[in-house]
Design a protein around this ligand. Structure first.
Ligand code: 8YV
Length: 315
């Protein structure tokens, strides 16, 4: 029997491409020039979609593949997949939780440290000769002992909090309810109140229609001119226009961002700012984690096609 045909929406590292090609009849969607013509002709042969967290399978694509059985997401976030279309059609969806949690938390904390202590600018100070020409690098803000807020105390938020405790920080969080595992952390139901009480606000929420722009003008204003916003979740959780306005006017002190509306293209206003740290959506980007994500994505597909229970089902 021939291997199941799958549609691959974006590239993976070579170490994932090889086993994927060995187990499946892979159509590289991103390499296909005439995508509508491809879907019209070959859509019915597609039984699975393999996609990255940020690359979506929308309703039109799902409907163009009438024999689609499963969408396997390489990423914990599945907000780009049209879940209601999948539910209607009985299409299974899987993601890759847990394996990336620690790396995403690490990068969030690294971004906070870099931005607060001016690490990127300090390197420029050395490389461009400013150190010898001008002397001491301008002093920055302390990290340890300050107040951090976590918006969304799920797996990633919890790991961020654990790391921040090592910096003797006072930690508060917002979520749909207080969490039994949030020992030593203060629950604040209202994100605006949370932002008012902290120096660093980490956004670690799973994105959904309900969380869209949860960090809006009120939260940003409450965080204020001394505050820093760190986003390692999804851009849709933040009102980007409000964020840009506040960064430009100084109403918000600074931001450290791994995700952007319309990424990898960014709103050019970001590029003109000197109070923002910009990262290319790589919080899960370590060899170890990306290998584990790729394996879990393939293992879910293999489980499905062999009739075994899915390892990490979303639907
Ligand atoms: C990406 C992610 O999948 O886990 C997620 O939700 O967005 C990331 O891990 C990864 O950057 C590959 O594109």
């Amino acid at each position: 029997m021939s291997n199941p045909e799958i549609l691959q929406l974006g590239p993976y590292p070579q170490w994932d491409e090889e086993p994927l090609n060995a187990a499946f009849g892979v159509h590289r969607y991103f390499d296909i020039a005439d995508k509508p013509a491809f879907l019209a002709k070959s859509g019915p042969s597609i039984r699975a979609i393999a996609t990255r967290g940020e690359l979506g399978a929308n309703r039109a694509m799902i409907e163009a593949c009438p024999n689609l059985e499963i969408i396997s997401v390489y990423g914990v976030g599945y907000d780009a997949v049209d879940l209601s279309a999948c539910q209607e059609k009985g299409i299974r969806v899987t993601n890759t939780p847990d394996v990336l949690t620690n790396d995403v938390a690490d990068l969030g904390v690294a971004m906070m440290l870099c931005q607060s202590r001016g690490v990127i600018g300090a390197e420029g100070w050395v490389k461009d000769g400013s150190w010898s020409a001008k002397g001491l690098y301008p002093v920055k803000r302390r990290v340890w002992g300050r107040r951090a807020g976590i918006l969304g105390l799920g797996r990633i938020g919890f790991e961020v909090a654990k790391r921040l405790k090592g910096f003797d920080m006072e930690i508060s969080y917002s979520d749909v309810g207080a969490k039994s595992y949030a020992e030593g952390m203060r629950f604040v139901a209202d994100p605006v109140e949370l932002a008012r009480d902290v120096d660093f606000l980490f956004v670690t929420l799973a994105a959904s229609a309900e969380t869209r722009h949860i960090v809006g003008p009120d939260v940003i204003a409450a965080l204020g001119p001394q505050g820093m916003l760190i986003n390692i979740s999804r851009a849709s959780n933040i009102d980007e226009e409000a964020l840009l306005d506040a960064l430009e006017s100084g109403a918000l002190g600074s931001a450290a961002l791994d995700v952007f509306e319309g990424e990898p293209k960014l709103n050019p206003r970001f590029l003109a700012l000197d109070n923002v740290l910009l990262q290319p959506h790589h919080a899960s980007g370590t060899i170890e984690t990306r290998k584990a994500m790729g394996k879990l994505m393939r293992d879910n597909l293999a489980a499905h096609f062999s009739g075994a229970p899915l390892l990490t089902p979303v639907l």
